[in-house]
Ligand binder design. Structure first.
Ligand code: LMR
Length: 328
């Protein structure tokens, strides 16, 4: 699915910056490991683009925050130091608070529900809002649902997190609030710092997807994991609008088509990898996994209700109501 507004995507613009003869180097910076859905999809995109443009376009992928960390990549994109980033949507919250809708705990039953929202009126409003800052969303990639890990005790009930420090992704006050509400202390920090913070016990826990927990080996320093599946984590593949329309139209079409194809592929890999890594974590003696009974899950849902009011105070109730109406 291509998320660039179709009207804009076909817009004819003066191509002042990049001539058709020039080789185009596109730097794609991201923060996760290569053996993750995002890491693999970025590489696949690079390979297919190289093939399909006969080498006219080279997409250079920089994984693991090697080029820019979380707090830096948006500025790098806006400055033109990189041309594609794919941050978790939560990290857009600093510039676009409404994107925190996707952070609301238990707002989506599965990834299909998220895709439906993103393709519907609520998602389109979010996507259009990016243009206010001259950004375009090329695609919306999945990771999956977050679970909790920690190094203190098995967490079964919401009260079990009380008094612990949890790392959360930067920029999203919804993520901070969900822990504060439960009497825990959120510590926002970049992804590349998480392992060290956990290892040094500066934070006792964190929330993340199975592919991030497995690929970054958090299980080595986090003996307890609870499959809460409380929040969705996905990515928006972003480009600078001005840059995008400086690319010759024929190349842009290839990039669009390839991105659409890779997006389908990425979503399938995300589901597959999270399942595979769950199995591997289950077979790993370093980590004890707790699953929730339906009754326990309801207790978590209820404990998180006030987060919805919190976000309504921050962005107004309208979009949240629309999301909830779509859901029912
Ligand atoms: C995190 O910071 O935990 C994630 O956003 C990393 C990622 O990009 O999956």
């Amino acid at each position: 699915m291509i998320l660039v507004m179709s009207g804009c995507a076909k817009r004819v613009v003066d191509n002042e910056q990049i001539s058709p003869e020039q080789k185009l180097v596109i730097k794609f910076s991201h923060v996760v490991a290569e053996n993750t859905p995002k890491g693999m999809a970025a590489q696949r995109f690079a390979r297919l683009v190289q093939e399909r443009t006969g080498g006219r376009v080279e997409v250079q992928v920089f994984p693991n925050s090697t080029l820019y960390a979380d707090g830096e990549e948006m500025q790098a994109l806006r400055d033109g130091a990189v041309q594609i980033i794919a941050p978790a949507t939560s990290k857009l919250a600093g510039l676009f608070p409404s994107w925190q809708l996707l952070d609301l705990p238990y707002a989506f039953v599965d990834t299909e529900a998220v895709h439906k929202t993103m393709a519907g009126p609520v998602g389109q409003k979010l996507i259009r809002s990016l243009e206010e800052q001259d950004l375009l969303a090329l695609a919306f990639w999945d990771n999956g649902f977050k679970v909790l890990t920690n190094n203190v005790r098995p967490i079964i009930n919401p009260a079990d997190v009380r008094g612990l420090k949890f790392r959360v992704m930067i920029n999203s006050s919804v993520l901070k609030e969900q822990f504060k509400m439960l009497g825990a202390q959120p510590v926002p920090t970049s992804f590349n710092n998480v392992y060290r913070l956990l290892e040094e016990n500066k934070v006792q826990g964190q929330e993340n997807t199975l592919s991030n927990i497995y690929s970054k080996k958090f299980y080595r320093v986090q003996p307890y994991m609870t499959v809460t599946n409380h929040g969705y984590m996905g990515y928006v593949v972003l480009v600078n609008k001005k840059y995008w329309y400086s690319i010759p139209a024929d190349i842009r079409d290839i990039l669009h088509e390839t991105m659409a194809e890779v997006t389908e592929w990425e979503r399938a890999r995300a589901a597959e990898l999270n399942e595979l890594y769950y199995k591997r974590l289950r077979n790993n003696d370093a980590i004890k996994i707790t699953t929730l009974s339906p009754r326990e899950r309801v207790a978590w849902e209820k404990a998180f209700y006030p987060v919805y009011d919190y976000l309504a105070r921050e962005i107004g109730a309208e979009l949240i109501d629309e999301l909830l109406r779509e859901k029912n």
